[in-house]
Design a protein around this ligand. Structure first.
Ligand code: NAD
Length: 556
C-alpha cells in the first residue's frame, strides 16, 4: 500500500499478491477492496473518498478510513467488525463462519429519509452516502455496469430494431463512473451514440479508457460525426461537451428524432449530481457552496426541461427509457405530470432475467495479475459452453475493457450458475492455478437484493414495489450463510427515500471452508431473486423455482 502525505492528497491503492497484512483472507479481501474502491484508477474523486454515483463514498472520513484499515489488520478470524455509514463502530467476537464485516450505510428511519435531513446529519459528521458498491467495497470501475448496460441496449435492439443498433442513433447524457459505460455498450451493439456531458475531464477520461471514441465541442459537430457514422453503419461514440438540460430541448426544438433516448446524469442527487443549465462545472460548484437552495431549484428545473424534451422525442417516435437515476421523479415533482409515461429500464428490459435469479455477478483477482482474470474468463466460458451470449460478452470484454485497479470481470449469471462457477473458481485457487484468492460479489442492483419503486421494483405485478422486507431478508440470509461481508444500504441509485438494498461479497481462497460458504451464499443470494419474483406472481420465477427445487412454502 502506498499512502502519501495526508488529508486530501494521499494516494491509496490495494496491495497485490499473496502476502497478507491481515490475519485471514476475509479481512485481507475487505481491506484490499476498500482500498481498491479509492484507487485513482477506479474512484471518480478519491481525494474526497468519492467512488462514483454523485457522492457515493467508501469511508466517512480519512480518519475513519485509517481506523477501518487498522481494525481489519487486527481482526481475528472469529471476530466481526461493524461499520456504521463508513465509520468503524465496534468489534465483537462472533464465530469463524460469520461474516468478518457487517455494514449499514445511509439508512434513515423512513419519515426522516429525505436529502435535506440526510445532509443535516452529514454536516454533523453522523452519516455518509454509500451508493451501492461504494460504501460496500465491491465497486470495480465502469466495467461493473458495462455488461448490464450492454444487455439493456441489446434487449432494446432486439425489441425495436431487429437485434442490432447498427445504423441507429442513441442520445444519452452523463459520462460518470456508471454512465461512462453507455458509449461502449452502444458501440458493442454496433450503434452510434451522442453522450452529452457537462464536464470535459469526464469525457477525456472515457476516451482514455476506451469507453468513448471522440469529443465534440458543439451539437452541430456531434450531429455531423454521428450522422456520417450512422449512415455508413459504423459504430461510433461521441462525447458532446454540453448540458443535457440545454441540448435535449434544443434537439427536440429542431425536430430531431434519435432512435433511442435515455439519460444517466446523477439526477438522483439534485445538489451534487446534476449541473443546472447555463453553468460550467466550476460555476456550478461555486453556486452549490454559496446558495445550495437556489442550486437545487435550478437543477430540478433543468431536469424538468430535459424530461419534457424526452417526452417530445417519445411522441415523435423515439424509444425512450429511464435509466435508473430517478430523473422522472424530479421532473414529476416539478409539475411534469406525464414524466412516468417514460418506462423504466427494469420493467422494460431486465425483469425477465431477475425472475431466473440472474444478475450482475462479478469477481476480482486479489493477486492484481491480469493473467488470473484471463484464466477465469476461460473457465466461465468452458463451464457454460451452451451460452453463446456469455461467450460473446467475455470475448468482447477481453478485447475492449481496460482494467481499473485490481483486474476484475463481470458477467450476468443465474441461480445454479453462480454456485457452480464460484466453486470452480475456488478450485482454481486451491490447485494453485491462480496467483492469489478471488473475491466474488455483485451490484446491489440485483434480482433479490433491492426494493426501489422507481427502478428495480417498478411496476411489480402484484403492486409490491415499495415492500422493503426483501432487501433486509437478503442481507440476513447471506450473513447467516457466511458471506465474508454483508451490507444494508438506503438511497442507492435513486436517492434518499427511494430505495433499500443489500450487498454481499464472499472470498474464494481455495479452502474447504470457502467452498462451504460459496455453496451456501451463491444459493441463498440468487434464490432470493427467485422467491421474491415468484411471490409477486411472475410465471418465469415460479417455473425457475420448480426447475431448481427452490422451496417456497405457500406455493408447494
Ligand atoms: P457520476 O456522479 O459519477 O456521474 C454523473 C455525470 O453526469 C457527471 O460526469 C456529471 O458531470 C454529469 N452531469 C451532471 N449534470 C449534467 C448535465 N446537466 N448535463 C450533462 N452532464 C451532466 O454518476 P454515475 O456513477 O455515472 O451514475 C449516474 C446515475 O446513474 C446515478 O443517478 C446513478 O445512481 C445511476 N445508476 C444507474 C445504474 C443503472 O444500471 N441504470 C447503475 C448505477 C447507477
Amino acid at each position: 500500500t502506498e499512502l502519501h502525505g495526508n488529508g486530501s492528497h494521499r494516494l491509496v491503492r490495494a496491495p497485490r499478491g499473496t502476502d497478507r497484512s491481515c490475519k485471514g483472507w476475509g479481512q485481507e479481501a475487505a481491506l484490499r477492496m476498500l482500498m481498491n474502491n479509492l484507487d485513482p484508477e477506479v474512484a471518480e474523486r478519491p481525494e474526497e473518498l468519492v467512488v462514483y454515483g454523485g457522492t457515493g463514498k467508501a469511508a466517512r472520513s480519512w480518519p475513519a478510513f485509517d481506523a477501518i484499515v487498522r481494525e481489519l489488520r487486527r481482526l481475528e478470524n472469529d471476530e466481526t467488525l461493524l461499520i456504521q455509514s463508513g465509520k468503524p463502530v465496534g468489534v465483537f467476537r462472533t464465530h469463524e463462519r460469520a461474516p468478518r464485516v457487517l455494514l449499514a450505510n445511509s439508512v434513515l428511519v423512513p419519515k426522516w429519509a429525505t436529502w435535506e435531513h440526510f445532509r443535516e446529519l452529514e454536516r454533523k459528521g453522523l452519516t455518509m452516502y454509500g451508493q451501492m458498491t461504494a460504501g460496500s467495497w465491491i465497486y470495480i470501475g465502469t466495467q461493473g455496469i458495462l455488461q448490464g448496460t450492454y444487455e439493456t441496449f441489446a434487449e432494446a435492439a432486439r425489441r425495436h430494431n431487429g437485434g442490432t443498433l447498427r445504423g441507429t442513433l442513441t442520445l444519452t447524457a452523463g459520462l460518470g463512473g456508471m454512465g461512462g459505460a453507455q458509449p461502449l455498450a452502444v458501440t458493442m451493439n454496433d450503434g452510434v451514440v451522442i453522450a452529452v456531458e457537462a464536464d470535459r475531464a469526464r469525457i477525456e477520461r472515457r476516451i482514455q479508457t476506451r469507453y468513448c471514441d471522440a469529443l465534440a465541442e458543439s451539437l452541430d459537430e456531434a450531429l455531423a460525426l454521428a450522422g456520417e457514422a450512422a449512415a455508413a453503419g459504423r459504430p461510433l461514440a461521441v462525447g458532446l461537451l454540453g448540458n443535457a438540460a440545454e441540448i435535449y430541448p434544443e434537439l427536440a426544438r429542431r425536430g430531431a428524432k434519435p432512435d433511442f433516448v435515455t439519460d444517466q446524469t446523477s439526477a438522483h442527487d439534485p445538489l451534487n449530481g446534476y449541473i443546472p443549465a447555463g453553468f460550467a462545472p466550476d460555476e456550478a460548484a461555486a453556486l452549490r457552496a454559496n446558495d445550495p437552495d437556489r442550486y437545487v431549484r435550478l437543477a430540478k428545473a433543468g431536469m424538468a426541461a430535459q424530461v419534457r424534451a424526452m417526452l417530445d422525442f417519445r411522441k415523435a417516435g423515439s424509444v425512450v427509457f429511464d435509466y435508473g437515476n430517478n430523473i422522472r421523479q424530479a421532473a414529476f415533482d416539478e409539475g411534469v405530470t406525464d414524466a412516468f409515461d417514460i418506462p423504466g429500464f427494469v420493467p422494460a428490459y431486465i425483469r425477465p432475467l431477475f425472475c431466473e435469479g440472474k444478475g450482475p455477478f462479478r469477481w476480482a483477482a486479489l493477486s492484481g495479475d491480469p493473467d488470473d482474470i484471463r484464466k477465469t474468463d476461460e473457465l466461465v466460458v468452458s463451464l457454460f459452453p451452451e451460452n453463446g451470449r456469455l461467450r460473446r460478452w467475455i470475448e468482447m470484454a477481453r478485447e475492449r475493457v481496460a482494467f481499473q485497479g485490481l483486474p476484475a470481470r463481470i458477467c450476468w449469471l443465474g441461480y445454479g450458475e453462480r454456485e457452480r462457477f464460484g466453486l470452480a473458481l475456488n478450485d482454481l485457487v486451491k490447485r494453485g492455478e491462480l496467483r492469489a484468492p478471488v473475491v466474488i460479489g455483485r451490484d446491489h442492483l440485483d434480482c433479490g437484493s433491492v426494493a426501489s419503486p422507481n427502478r428495480e421494483t417498478e411496476a411489480m405485478k402484484d403492486g409490491s414495489d415499495a415492500v422493503g422486507d426483501w432487501a433486509i431478508l437478503n442481507a440476513l440470509v447471506n450473513a447467516s450463510a457466511g458471506a465474508s461481508w454483508v451490507s444494508v444500504h438506503h438511497g442507492g441509485g435513486v436517492g434518499m427515500g427511494y430505495s433499500l438494498h443489500a450487498g454481499m461479497v464472499v472470498v474464494a481462497d481455495g479452502t474447504d471452508d470457502a467452498a462451504d460458504r460459496l455453496r451456501r451464499v451463491l444459493t441463498t443470494d440468487p434464490g432470493m431473486g427467485i422467491i421474491r419474483h415468484a411471490d409477486a406472481g411472475y410465471d418465469e420465477a415460479i417455473e425457475s423455482a420448480g426447475e431448481h427445487g427452490v422451496r417456497i412454502p405457500m406455493r408447494d
